[in-house]
Design a protein around this ligand. Structure first.
Ligand code: GLA
Length: 391
């Protein structure tokens, strides 16, 4: 579904529910990270792009009562109501409406009052697939509130407000990558983000001979909830032992020297992060130089480090990467790795554009044979960040 089709669909749903067309429509994309995994909360570099899959929100003032926000998601059983006459509090853990509610609370905390509205939401970002469906929902909400309140936030502040919503309302201590790229993504560009200075640099990815292939394993292992904060803590501990503010300030030599003073697991976690930050910088150089085989090798190295040192991969992701590596550069695959938090979700591959169909078929067939599961495979060009479609 193109953004245009998705917009028409959401607009229609809104009109059906309310008997009039929406006054405001906004969209925010999901993302795929090419390299730089589990580096954002270590002040490192990440290199994601926004994808052509979006969350769209269509909204208007309610007919009568203006102190209620009512959110209808086409993907959820129940609508959510937020009563603006009381402080906005989180819903029970695991409720989808915590993402928009956290963003609304962030606006209110800044004195920006949206007043009541009705909104209809639909998303083509696969839910829970590691492509930041949650960030897309947060950023779409923030974009809608900007239009309603007439106050455009600074993009960095907007991304941080959305991250805070995820921390405080969804209880997920995520880094800043997903929200940044959903806000700041640019067509035909990757976003090289320095998570320490929060400076961004757009790296063109517009060579028509290469394509970014996304392979959804369609599995989600239930570990993410506890494992992610555990990884964060291990990284903080490693930084403390090394006497640095974050692992961004550590180098491989200092880490080797401190090896004996660290638990073996903590050492391996730190080795992943320190190596991954370096790989991300090299990969950005490789992309600028259109050196696809080098970028591909860095992607494999990233995967093995995430699998062995960081231990956030799973059998299904390893199978996809193994099949891709078996196809090799000759068959059109430069590199492949898991992407996002891990324990399921998606793998990302950099491939020759003219081999996309053959590669997709081979991965889908072999994955099905080895796991019994159907993968979902698609290509995306780097997309633009959040937009106001009607406002
Ligand atoms: C999740 C988090 C991000 C980032 C990745 C791992 O997607 O939301 O902040 O930490 O995991 O790179």
């Amino acid at each position: 579904m193109t953004l245009q089709e998705l917009t028409a669909h959401v607009s229609q749903q809104f009109t059906k529910a309310h008997g009039r067309p929406p006054r405001w429509i906004v969209a925010a994309p999901g993302r795929v990270n090419l390299i730089g995994e589990h580096t954002d909360y270590n002040d490192g570099f990440v290199l994601p792009m926004a994808i052509e899959f979006y969350t769209v929100m269509a909204a208007d003032r309610p007919a009568g009562d203006t102190k209620q926000i009512r959110l209808y998601s086409t993907l959820a059983d129940k609508p959510a109501s937020i009563d603006l006459t009381r402080p906005v509090k989180p819903f029970p853990k695991g409720t989808w409406s915590n993402y928009p509610a956290g963003v609304i609370a962030g606006f209110l905390a800044r004195g920006l009052k949206p007043g009541g509205f009705d909104a209809t939401i639909h998303s083509t970002v696969p839910l829970g697939g590691g492509l930041s469906s949650s960030a897309a929902l947060e950023v779409a909400t923030a974009t809608l509130l900007e239009v309603i309140t007439g106050k455009k936030l600074d993009p960095v502040e907007k991304a941080l407000l959305c991250q805070k919503a995820e921390h405080e309302f969804a209880g997920m201590p995520c880094g800043i990558m997903d929200q940044f790229v959903s806000v700041m993504g640019r067509e035909n560009h990757l976003l090289l983000l320095d998570c320490r200075s929060r400076r961004t640099e757009l790296v063109p990815l517009d060579d028509p001979s290469v394509a970014v292939l996304i392979v959804n394993t369609n599995v989600k292992h239930k570990l993410t909830g506890s494992e992610y904060p555990a990884r964060r803590k291990q990284c903080e501990l490693a930084a403390k032992i090394l006497g640095v503010p974050s692992l961004r300030s550590a180098n491989p030599k200092a880490l080797e020297d401190a090896k004996d003073r660290m638990d073996e697991v903590v050492y391996r976690r730190a080795r992943h992060v320190v190596g991954e930050i370096e790989r991300t910088v090299y990969a950005a150089e490789g992309i600028r130089a259109s050196n696809w085989p080098t970028v591909g090798q860095l992607m494999y190295a990233s995967h093995y480090s995430l699998r062995d040192d960081y231990e956030v991969s799973c059998d299904e992701l390893d199978i996809v990467v193994g099949v891709a590596e078996g196809i090799g550069v000759k068959g059109g695959v430069y590199g492949c790795r898991m992407t996002g938090g891990g324990f399921g979700g998606c793998a990302v591959a950099l491939v020759k554009a003219d081999a996309v169909d053959a590669i997709s078929k081979k991965i889908a067939d072999d994955y099905k044979t080895k796991t019994g599961i159907e993968a979902t495979i698609f290509v995306s060009r780097p997309a633009a960040g959040a937009t106001v479609i009607k406002g």
